[in-house]
Design a protein around this ligand. Structure first.
Ligand code: AMP
Ligand code: ZN
Length: 484
């Protein structure tokens, strides 16, 4: 069922989505800079684009999904010092930069499995595409939109501005930017404050250095995405995505680099996923208000007194639209835990329901709502609301107040499973949500609690160790005991 509309940041409106090549979609998403462990905020962006990828596949597109790994050249501005974040981590951990990237990439790949993200078609790295980056920089220089100074190359925003709209994506006006950025970018080499580095001359602290026509150095932050998106998806492709915080300057500069080298805009649709907040503030490394995804699953964060399964976290994320901010609170997670259980239980109920000759439920009406929600700019919260409307009906059938035919039951079951499992990326795993195990676990934990009250440590340890051997971890919180 086609008819998808996507909000395009470029136009500021929802547009009908038609791929450039029939039934084939090319999508590029800016991936992580692997100088540390990705936090839950980073994961929200990747989970949101996983939803996009899954829905495009679900409605029958053949999707090439490219998500890069930044393993060089990402400059952070810490305490007024411009420093390569991977180089800095390498220095602090006394490792080589690519050892740092490898270490965190192993964790990132594990997290993707934990949170049930589909692997992209390819995850190319910046360091694997230095030559491609150099070639694009050469073209930009030839076209008169970049200049070399003292072994570094800068994009020439003033020259570009004469024939292009720099700021078209972010809506920023260069002249207004001047005051904000003047101090940060007070490097004498640039002709204009808004010019940005395409290639940086090596300095003595750099741990990753490559040869180039301009001498030894390393690429600027934005050029890798231009090189890798062009290489794998072509000069113009369908969708470019990333977190909202990348809209400016990163994505604005990607557009300038593509237009400045090929004369073509890189992507037809620009999609931006909004931030995960904690108490109203963006979760970020620098603010120190971040949670690691593993901590939430293991229940080791100070803010939450219990653990949550990856399914519950994913469901929680899906309950807000990707363009809205989302606040991570225990209350919201508890609500998601209940909601997720209700939804998966209803699917099991539907499976077990006896169908009848005639039915009062029209499955197609429900299914249409599912597609309607997702076709409207991947509106997962509306999809979930539609799923819960269906859950109500399923429970009425179970209670004998409504009826369903075999045909409608089959359609509803396969579409509900399709949306819950394939589109939302949730799993019907056993555990917290296994309604057969729960009463047994309640009983076992009750017995353990009695043993503890009687100071019968032998029995309480026997129960805990026995559960552990069965793959069930018990965690004692302030007010309650949870298990996974
Ligand atoms: P970085 O590794 O810092 O380049 O970030 C990787 C991705 O995570 C980017 O697409 C960012 O936009 C995104 N990101 C960073 N912080 C958050 C947050 N708090 N919520 C959602 N996405 C985020
Ligand atoms: Zn990028």
């Amino acid at each position: 069922m086609k008819g998808l509309k996507i909000y395009n940041t470029l136009s500021g409106s929802k547009e009908s989505f038609e791929p450039i090549h029939k039934d084939m979609v090319g999508m590029y998403v800016c991936g992580p800079t692997l100088y540390s462990e990705p936090h839950m905020g980073n994961m929200r962006t990747f989970i949101n684009f996983d939803l996009v990828y899954r829905y495009l596949l679900h409605i029958g597109y053949n999707v090439k999904y490219v998500r890069n790994i930044t393993d060089a050249g990402h400059i952070t501005n810490s305490a007024g010092q411009q420093e390569d974040s991977i180089g800095k981590a390498a220095r602090l951990e006394a490792l080589q930069p690519l050892e740092i990237v490898y270490k965190y990439n192993v964790r990132f790949q594990n997290l993707q499995k934990t949170y049930n993200l589909l692997p992209p078609t390819i995850e190319p790295t910046a360091t694997g595409h230095i030559q491609e980056q150099i070639e694009i920089i050469e073209k930009i220089i030839q076209n008169g939109f970049a200049y070399e100074v003292n072994g570094s190359v800068y994009f020439d925003v003033q020259s570009y501005k004469k024939s292009h709209d720099y700021g078209a994506l972010s809506g920023r006006k260069v002249d207004e930017l001047e005051n904000e950025t003047r101090e940060l970018n007070a490097q004498g080499e640039k002709r204009f404050f808004a010019d940005f580095a395409l290639w940086k001359k090596a300095n003595e602290n750099d741990m990753q250095i490559w040869r180039s026509p301009w001498g030894n150095g390393n690429p600027g932050w934005h050029i890798e995405c231009t090189a890798m998106s062009t290489k794998y998806l072509g000069e113009t492709f369908d969708i470019h995505g990333g977190g909202l915080d990348l809209k400016f300057p990163h994505h604005e500069d990607e557009i300038a680099q593509s237009c400045g080298s090929t004369g073509k805009a890189p992507a037809k649709f620009w999609m931006h996923a909004n931030m995960l907040n904690v108490n109203g503030k963006k979760m970020s490394k620098s603010l120190g208000n971040f949670f690691l995804p593993q901590e939430i699953v293991e229940g080791t964060t100070e803010l939450f007194d219990k653990a949550y399964t990856p399914n519950v976290l994913r469901f929680f994320m899906m309950q807000s639209h990707y363009r809205s901010t989302l606040d991570l609170t225990q209350e919201a997670l508890n609500a998601s835990e209940k909601g997720f259980a209700r939804l998966t239980e209803a699917i099991e109920t539907l499976d077990e329901i006896t169908a009848s000759e005639t039915g009062s439920i029209d499955a197609e009406v429900h299914v249409r709502e599912f597609y309607h929600a997702m076709n409207d700019d991947f509106n997962a919260p509306i999809l979930i609301a539609a799923l819960f409307d269906t859950v109500k009906k399923i429970n009425l059938i179970r209670d004998g107040k409504e009826t369903i035919t075999v045909k409608d039951k089959e359609l509803l079951l396969s579409e509900m499973k399709g949306f819950v499992l394939n589109v939302l990326g949730l799993t019907l795993e056993s555990g917290q949500n296994d309604n057969r195990l729960k009463p047994v676990m309640d009983l076992v934990l009750e017995l353990r609690q009695q043993a503890r009250s009687n100071k019968d440590w032998g029995t309480s340890d026997l129960i805990r160790d026995g559960l552990k051997n069965a793959g069930i971890t018990v965690k004692d919180g302030k007010d309650s005991t949870t298990w996974q």
